[in-house]
Design a protein around this ligand. Structure first.
Ligand code: HEC
Length: 140
């Protein structure tokens, strides 16, 4: 299942064309987490459910960068919606629209989505902001 999703998204981990960053995302000063328990959980969810496509967040020719992404920086609700609903053909790389597909990860629990949203925003936008399972639940 995951293998076919990866193929659909064009993000098989070992293609050399994809591994070279096509973008140079702005470096981000990562603040220490105000909620270390949620931070640890968010890092685990990222490693398990996001990193196989988004790697370290730097992006490449086939994958939008999360570091420096306006979607990540904007608001936790926007990022939560991308995770819960997936998206197709919205993101851009170097000003070019991708023809790419991110599946909905709506099988993640409210707690997992909240934790990964906090993790991704802290790591890639430098924002340490509380986001709760109840906030995520309200968006489903
Ligand atoms: C199967 C591969 C895959 C997985 C797993 C995946 N993504 Fe994505 N993601 C993509 C693709 C492809 C796009 C671009 C979609 C498009 O063009 O609209 C994307 C787009 C995004 C964007 C929009 C970035 C921007 O600035 O346009 C965000 C934010 C994002 N993903 C976060 C996540 C998070 C957080 C997770 C884990 C909870 C995750 N993704 C899991 C493939 C994936």
């Amino acid at each position: 299942m995951l293998v076919s999703l990866l193929a659909l998204a064009g993000c098989s981990p070992d293609t050399t064309a994809n591994s070279k960053p096509a973008v140079s995302p702005t470096p981000v000063a990562v603040p220490p987490p105000s909620d270390p328990v949620a931070a640890a959980k968010g890092a685990k969810v990222y490693a398990e459910y996001c990193a196989n496509c988004h790697y370290d967040g730097a992006g490449n020719r086939a994958m939008p960068a999360l570091r420096g992404s306006t979607v990540v920086a904007a608001a936790p609700a926007e990022l939560s919606k991308v995770i819960l609903k997936g998206q197709r053909g919205v993101s851009t790389v170097n000003g070019q629209k991708l023809n790419a597909y991110m599946p909905a990860l709506d099988y993640l629990s409210d707690e997992e989505v909240a934790a990964v949203v906090m993790h991704v925003r802290r790591k890639f936008a430098g924002v340490d902001e509380k986001w709760s399972a109840a906030d995520v639940k309200a968006l489903r």
